[in-house]
Design a protein around this ligand. Structure first.
Ligand SMILES: C[S@@+](CC[C@H](N)C(=O)[O-])C[C@H]1O[C@@H](n2cnc3c(N)ncnc32)[C@H](O)[C@@H]1O
Length: 293
């Protein structure tokens, strides 16, 4: 009898192991202290129009406290533990914030963060690192991310409150990787700039070409959708120039201002509009390429 059933048993065991593996991405419940939650929420700098999302909301302490600290914001939490979700929704009602605070039985990895302006997490450190792609894919640029105790590894934090526990803050950066192109009218010359940008989290490096000249972009800063960088470059017909760019990234467009300082120290303030492109003139042949055959 056993012999007949053992392959079936084996398959069932394998099936349940597979299921167990598919559900491995969670950590257990332990409530934060009221003191650490209050510090975290003060550090977040809560605003009336915020929508706070707690990934792994446990007993609901973070969203409920946030709604008590700011009487206008909305907050919601997700947790894999259905019982905790039921209790958190009851607690929100009992504490008079049920109209602005909700809890959902959902895995953090399946959570769409488009609506969030503040995301809080206190999960196992490896889980929080695994959540980085979900955050970067679904949260809008400028969203503040706060964790307690553990950081997000190679995604360098933007601010830290080094009390006990340590609280870290990140600002979700806009995506600027790729090819960008823009034109500036400078002292009677129409200059076309073709930039190539590489990005890891908020760290950006870039190069640019105008005519036959190529240069590195300097001091690139990206905070949410705000980008700025400098450029020192010789331009055809203009000699050595210095540029300061600052603007807002909106999808495949950047709108902002450029300050250009000419060789004679004259300063020009110009509107700056850049567009992301699929190909780049940066790589257009200059006729000086070395041939290998
Ligand atoms: C350490 S507790 C933190 C609770 C609450 N955020 C706080 O700070 O008091 C972690 C919570 O995350 C939940 N959790 C763990 N992994 C999760 C996941 N992948 N998706 C949603 N919730 C998760 C657990 O059930 C637990 O309630």
């Amino acid at each position: 009898m056993m012999k007949i059933f053992s392959p079936l048993l084996f398959c069932l065991t394998l099936f349940s192991i597979t299921l167990a593996q598919a559900q491995e991405r969670f950590s257990f419940f332990q409530a934060s202290t009221v003191e650490s939650v209050t510090r975290m929420l003060k550090f977040a700098g809560l605003r009336d129009d915020d929508v706070l999302v707690d990934l792994g909301s446990g007993n609901g302490l973070i969203p409920i406290t946030a709604a008590q600290m700011n009487l206008k914001l909305r907050a919601w939490g997700v947790d894999v533990d259905e019982k905790l979700i039921r209790e958190s929704n009851q607690a929100a009602k009992a504490q008079g914030v049920g109209n602005r605070v909700r809890f959902f039985h959902r895995n953090a990895f399946d959570t769409d963060l488009r609506e969030a302006t503040v995301v809080t997490m206190w999960l196992f450190p490896e889980l929080m690192r695994l959540l980085r792609p979900t955050i970067l894919k679904t949260a809008r640029p400028g969203t503040r991310i706060l964790t307690s105790t553990w950081d997000l590894g190679s995604w360098a934090y933007d601010e830290v409150d080094s009390g006990n526990p340590t609280i870290y803050k990140w600002i979700v950066p806009a995506g600027v990787e790729g090819y960008w192109s823009w034109k500036l009218p400078i002292a009677g010359h129409q200059i076309t700039y073709s930039a190539v940008k590489e990005q890891r989290f908020q760290a950006v490096e870039g190069v640019v070409r105008a005519g036959k000249y190529r240069e590195l972009l300097q001091d690139i800063k990206l905070r949410g959708e705000d980008i700025s960088f400098a450029l020192a470059m010789t331009l055809d017909g203009l000699g050595h120039t210095r540029h300061e760019f600052r603007g807002k990234v909106r999808g495949d467009q950047i709108e902002g201002r450029a300050t250009v300082t000419l060789e004679n120290h004259q300063k020009l303030e110009l509107p700056w509009h850049a567009e992301r492109t699929t190909t780049s003139l940066y790589f257009a042949p200059t006729g000086t390429e070395v041939k290998t055959d």
